[in-house]
Write a protein that binds this ligand. Structure first.
Ligand SMILES: [Zn+2]
Length: 206
């Protein structure tokens, strides 16, 4: 969800304390969040987005919103954020975006999803361990223990190592907040193409 309060383009993406653009990650003095904040072509004449190419692929990510699924898209023209319909989860019901030529700033950061970590540990982990213990006595239970064990491992990797990845893109008229961690395999391409199409050098995800 985009922040409700008007946000300065040069601020911490979590607590909105004033911050300056920098090529490397910085730590917010007020809340301790590590993030990257870059100035876009709107305010920095040395930033030149590459020429518009309609044949570039759109990179789509999905994330769970409060009620409905959210989509975050790096399109050829710019970035888009929207809510997906609750029935099929495929149709954008609303969308707002920032064109690549209109970017004032980009902030990138990650966050640990504590709720998911707790749910994983309270629900999925005991099931996986229980099935594993059962398959010692009943080897046929491995049919269930192996996939559940793998699912648990991948889920932990996603929650702890990948974490939730966010980008706040501020344009002259709109602010969009994108989440780009699911599906995991598109995360790096999403980040790389967001920065490249905005004319910014790729930076690390702090
Ligand atoms: Zn902060």
């Amino acid at each position: 969800m985009p922040p409700a309060a008007p946000v300065g383009p040069f601020s911490c993406p979590s607590c909105f304390a004033p911050a300056s653009a920098a090529p490397t990650p910085q730590i917010c003095g007020a809340c301790g969040l590590a993030f990257v904040l870059r100035a876009g072509s709107r305010v920095d004449p040395t930033i030149q987005p590459p020429a518009y190419n309609p044949h570039l692929p759109s990179i789509k990510m999905r994330s769970a919103g409060l009620v409905v699924m959210q989509s975050s898209i790096v399109a050829p023209e710019g970035v888009l954020q929207g809510s997906l319909d609750p029935i099929t989860g495929r149709i954008p019901m609303d969308q707002s975006g920032v064109p690549f030529g209109d970017i004032v700033s980009v902030a990138i950061w990650r966050k640990l999803d504590v709720v998911r970590l707790v749910l994983l540990t309270l629900i999925l982990l005991p099931i996986a361990l229980g099935l594993l213990a059962l398959s010692v006595a009943v080897p046929a239970a491995l049919i269930a223990a192996v996939p559940i064990g793998l699912l648990t491992g991948v889920s932990y990797y996603h929650v702890i190592a990948v974490r939730r990845n966010y980008a706040r893109v501020t344009g002259s008229a709109r602010v969009v907040q994108l989440q780009f961690d699911t599906p995991m395999r598109r995360r790096r391409a999403f980040h790389r193409e967001l920065m490249r199409r905005a004319g910014l050098p790729e930076s690390v995800i702090p």
